[in-house]
Ligand binder design. Sequence first.
Ligand SMILES: Cc1ncc(COP(=O)(O)O)c(C=O)c1O
Length: 457
Amino acid sequence: MALGEGCPAGGSAYAALETSMRRRLGRECLYVPSCRLGLYVALRHWCPPGGRVLMSPVNDDVIFFVVLAAGLRPVQAPLRPWDGTVDPAAVPESVWRSLSCVLTTNLYGNPDPAPELRARCEASGIPLIEDAAHAIGSRVGGHPVGTFGAASVFSLSKHVGAKTGGFLAVADPGMRARLAAERDALLVPSRLTADLAYALRPYAEAGVRGLRLARAAHAVLRLLGREERPEIRMPLRPGELARALGTAPGLDRFHSWVRVDMHDYRLRPSRVRLRRTARLLAGLDERLTVHRSGTRRLLASPWAGPGADSGADSGAGEGEGQPLFRVPLLVEDRDAAVAALARHRITTGYLYDPPLDAYAGEAFTDPSPAPEGAAWFARHALPVDPRRADQVIGILRAAGIRPAAPPETSNGTRGTSGTRGTSGASSNTRGARDTGTRSTGGIGGTHDTGGIGGIGG
Ligand SMILES: Cc1ncc(COP(=O)(O)O)c(C=O)c1O
């Protein structure tokens, strides 16, 4: 089968990938061309249109638009400031009673409290859906993230690095055929240009890196109208979004938001893509080992924050620690840290600031009843690729980057997390809070591409 030729419907071409993931997770898995499409399928399947979804406000904005496209109302959850995980105890009873679904994020691979959320969902008779895009090797209470909810979704663009593909995993294997049909109905035919671009992209990126052409590449993308994130968050375009909402559920009118960073998100995959993905997935365990070891080193650094010993490590099992996708170091002045890394040609991606309620406003989402934790985390988190742990630690140290001072609690004192860890950061130098002026130098939009200036695809 040639480049650009889509795989046959019916999913037989996905069998090897699905078998591999099923073994890893112990759950039925369905291949999807992107995690976001898998999430859309899950939300449509489990949540009636008009339903309300509890989600994390520190999250990729693409996910916010997927929830809207599914005809659902996002409800932003309170987060713990030290690790950006959902704090179920801070969700008011009135909010719990109004929900039709809970969607976890497991931000950067730090597990949300899945057993607790599952118990709450069971008590309310609503589904738990786990977004495990960042958490393919993370565990909670000894069990893999993605095995707690009715459904979970994984991205093969993160640890695996395939830049395409994902899985929808389900608790009930009997649902497989129906979900496969729902997925297939959403796929669009493979295009030669898209597959050519996919096949050539790794070479092009290596070239850009080698020739130090990041700035020129950005200029070309701007000229082509392909630079979709001039800031961390994509432009909301509220008027257009309000008109699209009137047509939800449905992907077509939300395409321009949902495709950001991955225009091929609903393309029927070609064999070229599947073959490359299978090769990369076969190397996942080695990658996870590298992530685990870099995570350990970053969590032992002065910027780890007091949640480090309990959040990322707890539940991983066998004292191994989590293989975080990115380690959110907590720094006082993130712009300064991003700039210091950029001077060493390290792009900071996967920033989610401001939180979604501040970004989108009440026209499009219920705000968090307690937004402070999310705002603090979003402002101070510096997501670091654990594969570059030693280099980043050296750069931050040389640049004099200070750990974030603990957030102020409602009674005006400097607090620790309350529910997490001890006061590991309490001896940190206190500094002035940053003022919120955000330079985009060295920021790779939501995604990064391992050091070439965040060229999105
Ligand atoms: C938290 C989260 N969930 C889901 C996704 C979507 O993954 P994909 O790009 O495979 O659709 C992303 C993408 O970065 C993400 O950050």
